[in-house]
Write a protein that binds this ligand. Structure first.
Ligand code: CO
Length: 494
């Protein structure tokens, strides 16, 4: 098994890492001419990425990057050429705050208006910042944020068209989460792909709303499922016949939020002594099978790598689990985080028995990992390879500086590290045209290079990630550390 040797001690400088969180105010659109290596000429399509572009409003610092205004990047590839553009989503909040030159809204993660608790008292109006994911589906480019409706953008120039209710699929007050999954071959639709997504109405009894959309964006199936208790759910997983959710053991005390002292997410308290509930809901609209709730010791989960069916009564799911919920202190700056005091996210495998309604958990990787991805044809199916961002060091939490590929069949892993001055974001798997092997593809990711205060779009051959980049596309600007994005085979841009 290969190991990741430390290139420097420490693996990174906090100052380097912090600069990746400087606001990016420029909006550009150009063909990139600074490329190291060769972009594969058969790589054809567009990578869309989303994430917080502004970490301050006219100098007023926001409290948490999750509260930063969504900035979408589109990086298009054709015949070995690369076109880049980036643009802020013109949400109502972005337009208003840019005109006012100050923070006008409270953020879910603790950003407050000036004036202390009095100015924030009973102001429950949240800003839909459209910053978490972006996906092209049904001829629409949608910027997603889990507590609100999507914003639709023009895929050619990234101009904001407006809030989109998906042709009336979403009603008043409905949301559409930032973690849709694409079933590559849906058993209910003669094997055609479908987009599966959810939203959550949280309360003393919470409700999960499930949506399945065909490739034209039309509604195939919808379903609502009440679940007991408060829930805070960011991501989910699918198999051909099930939706899987982890209901993390958290409680919610809304008083500091109502009284203007804390953001809503800061009122979520992790209950480490309680178990996680694994919720399994049938997808088949004809199913009379009730929802099942299995208990497991899982810690806090943001992201799932994949789920699959072993047989009719047994499922598997791989998830990234934190021993505790990474809370943000109210009067602190997230840039000053002491990584040694934060628990790492670790990769766990859960085996679910639907007959006995029990779950067993095995840790697959103790090293800090995040942003798992896989070949899209294996979504919801048994799979051999997963790819994640990981820390340079093997223990504790730290910025993601390396790409790791897990081979679950062989029990091995491969690395490529950008340390000490490179900081990576979510890897995205793009299959090679005409190839069949599960790792025949490219990994695309944005890497912030602190040495030049700019970002690179890095392409790695998924079959041999240790060989390093086959191409690094050097952008003129830095892209603040982003969240999620998706690939489409269509080419957009000039
Ligand atoms: Co996420």
């Amino acid at each position: 098994m290969q190991t990741l040797e430390a290139k420097t001690t420490p693996a990174f400088s906090q100052t380097d890492w912090q600069r990746g969180y400087e606001s990016q105010r420029q909006e550009l659109s150009y063909f990139v001419d600074q490329i190291t290596g060769t972009v594969p000429p058969e790589l054809t399509g567009t990578l869309f990425r989303n994430g917080p572009g502004l970490l301050d409003i006219n100098g007023e610092t926001i409290h948490h990057p999750f509260d930063g205004d969504g900035m979408v990047c589109a990086i298009a590839f054709q015949d070995g050429k690369v076109h880049f553009q980036n643009r802020f989503v013109r949400t109502e909040g972005y337009v208003k705050e840019q005109a006012a030159g100050k923070i006008c809204y409270r953020g879910v993660f603790g950003t407050q208006k000036r004036g202390g608790w009095w100015a924030n008292l009973f102001d429950l109006q949240l800003k839909n910042i459209a910053n978490t994911n972006v996906i092209y589906w049904g001829n629409r480019l949608l910027a997603l944020w889990e507590a609100g409706k999507p914003h639709r953008l023009d895929p050619h120039n990234l101009e904001t068209i407006g809030i989109d209710d998906l042709d009336g699929i979403l009603g008043k007050g409905d949301a559409f989460s930032a973690h849709p999954r694409i079933d590559p071959a849906c058993v209910f639709d003669n094997g055609q792909p479908c987009l599966v997504n959810f939203s959550l109405s949280a309360g003393p009894v919470s409700t999960l709303h499930l949506y399945e959309l065909d490739p034209q964006g039309q509604l195939l199936r919808r379903k609502s499922q009440p679940i007991p208790g408060f829930a805070f759910i960011h991501d989910f997983a699918i198999t051909p016949h099930y939706y899987l959710f982890f209901q993390n053991p958290v409680s919610f005390n809304p008083l500091p939020f109502l009284f203007g002292q804390r953001g809503a997410a800061e009122c979520v308290q992790f209950q480490p002594d309680q178990e996680t509930k694994i919720i399994v809901i049938p997808r088949d609209p004809a199913s009379t099978q009730p929802m099942k709730m299995l208990k497991a010791k899982a810690g806090f989960v943001f992201h799932h790598a994949n789920a699959w069916e072993i047989d009719e009564q047994h499922l598997g799911i791989d998830s990234i689990c934190y021993p505790s919920f990474p809370e943000v202190e109210p009067n602190s700056d997230f840039r000053d985080v002491d990584f040694t005091k934060v628990d790492p996210g670790q990769l766990w495998r859960f085996s679910l028995d639907l007959t006995t309604e029990t779950a067993t958990a095995t840790m697959l990787e103790s090293r800090c990992v995040e942003f798992p991805t896989l070949h899209p044809a294996y979504e919801g199916r048994p799979y051999r390879y997963a790819y994640c961002g990981t820390a340079q060091q093997s223990q504790g939490n730290a910025p993601l500086q390396a790409l790791v590929k897990f081979d679950f069949e062989m029990g091995t892993k491969q690395f490529y590290s950008f340390a000490p001055q490179g900081f990576m974001t979510e890897p995205v798997f793009v299959p090679k045209p005409g190839a069949t092997a599960e790792d025949a593809g490219w990994i695309l990711m944005l890497v912030y290079d602190a040495a030049r205060h700019g970002s690179d779009l890095v392409i790695v051959d998924a079959a041999d990630i240790a060989a390093g980049p086959i191409a690094s596309v050097h952008l003129k600007i830095h892209i603040p550390y982003g969240l999620h994005g998706n690939w489409t085979g269509e080419v957009f841009g000039e």
